[in-house]
Design a protein. Structure first.
Length: 183
């Protein structure tokens, strides 16, 4: 599913959008390393590298990891988010932009535990969070990208985070969520 057509049509590279994302993430107090989960070809990574961040990426798509953006060649690996190949506390920040809604609901707790394990601080996530008051959005998001399989409310996500040892510290009421490690 996450092949060349997916990256050339569904998720095309938009320089200005991904540069703005990278600048937003760079505002976090980052000491050293960043992990971009579901990084695709490294669209955000390339901009984080440009501004001096030490960033690595993981994606399940063999196409994405074998066709990386410039300067990301040795920084992206193919891996399953349920078993990240990094030691505990390896990263200051984990970015998970538009990824978790692609993961089967039953796998979400394990993925969140892995995020908590490899991050010594927390997570910046942008996900499609469903709105019970607007059921038409469910159909829109599924039609926009059929791989959107876990469309849940904020309360559902918050509970999964807490069960995984992550505490929501910010939610914009739509898509953006920040969580930190519970000590």
């Amino acid at each position: 599913m996450f092949d060349d057509e997916y990256y050339e049509k569904t998720h095309e590279y938009d320089y200005h959008y991904y540069r703005e994302c990278a600048l937003r993430y760079s505002l976090f107090d980052l000491k050293n390393r960043v992990l971009d989960l579901g990084c695709g070809r490294g669209y955000i990574m390339t901009h984080l590298l440009d501004i001096g961040r030490d960033v690595y990426g993981v994606d399940i798509s063999r196409y994405a990891t074998t066709h990386p953006m410039p300067y990301c060649e040795d920084r992206i690996i193919t891996a399953d988010l349920k078993a990240l190949p990094f030691i505990d506390d390896s990263f200051d920040l984990v970015i998970c932009r538009a990824v978790l809604e692609h993961i089967p609901e039953n796998d979400i707790p394990q993925v969140l535990r892995e995020i908590r394990r490899v991050s010594n601080r927390g997570l910046y996530m942008i996900a499609i969070i469903a709105d019970e008051n607007r059921p038409e959005l469910y159909e829109f998001w599924r039609k926009e990208d059929p791989s959107h399989i876990t469309l849940k409310t904020f309360d559902w996500w918050k509970k999964r985070f807490e069960e995984s040892g992550l505490q929501v510290t910010f939610y914009d009421g739509a898509l953006q969520l920040i969580a930190s490690r519970q000590q």
